[in-house]
Design a protein around this ligand. Sequence first.
Ligand SMILES: Cc1ncc(COP(=O)(O)O)c(C=O)c1O
Length: 370
Amino acid sequence: MHAPAPRQAFVRPPAQTPFTDVTVGALFGPNDRSDVFRVSSPKASMPTSLPVEAINPLLLVMSKHKIWRDGALVGWQDATIHVMSHAVHYGSSVFEGIRCYSTPDGPAIFRLPEHMRRFQDSCRIYRMPMRHSIEDLSAACSEVVAENELDACYLRPVAIRTGEEMGVLPNKAPVETFVIPWVWGRYLGHEALEEGVDVCVSSWRRPAPDTIPMLAKAGGNYLNSQLSKMEARASGFVEGIMLDTLGNVAEGSGENLFIVRDGVVYTPTIGSSILNGITRDSVMRIARDLGYTVLEQVVPRELLYISDEAFFTGTAAELTPIRSVDKIEVGPGKPGPVTLAIQKVYMGIATGKMPDRYGWLTRVESRVTA
Ligand SMILES: Cc1ncc(COP(=O)(O)O)c(C=O)c1O
């Protein structure tokens, strides 16, 4: 018999706690402690007691930041939506995740126009009227970085069907757009980029192509991702690799996947129910320019076990080596030479340590004083 877990100490936060106003959409990601940290509007009759260890210290900083809301910068506390919002009930939101890197020339946003284009594509797939152009949305991202005096940060544009109507048909629900600044470190763990991560194949599959469109980065897709991620974590793995409906490799819950065998780089096609990752695209270009053959093709599951190298790519995960799959070591169980060569160039360009030879960085006029 296990001894019962000690009771958590609860503290009542000060009346004007900066945490109480954090709203839906602002807390996606591994820094999200909403499993233990209940956030609520002060107007609502929600609990005000918080487990002491549950407070995300980053929120102390974050809640001072301004959020772009359909053309204006508003206080963190004012970026709210109504509980009747269509997205809350039916998952109708689309979003992006973008990194702004600290470079010797100040903050620079990585592949901003490409992210904004995908944002617009997601809206289009879901017939969601987006009233801001790619240029305006890109300017909004730069404004969020500059006005909040940020350097390295993560940006979360999100378009949400809001309104106060019941019913699945979303046509009458307004679309509200936000750009939220966030501080995000290593997505898959502190040493993930250097050491690699241990992952498993998930029992949850990516949806069939005629069910949910995976090329749209929609909030609802991440229900599937959550199931996979929670299952992986519950089994002691950092991440789960989902297969597509045919049983071939698709992707991680928030990352694309590459494997290397005999010096050839393989990645699943966009027909394998994956998100068309912008990091994936960057990595393919870098790998080809480094002289590697890159093949977008069907990747059978067993190729994971006999690959020399494997890695995840994603804005949050950057380029994270995979050390083992289902407890089978990938190659010698440490990041391989091809992975490291591509990672070096990717991180080098993103952080401004190597020339931006692809024109991937959008510099932001820094307000940070050195
Ligand atoms: C499901 C999924 N696949 C892949 C990726 C990687 O995409 P990107 O490189 O554009 O961030 C992400 C991250 O956004 C994702 O959520």
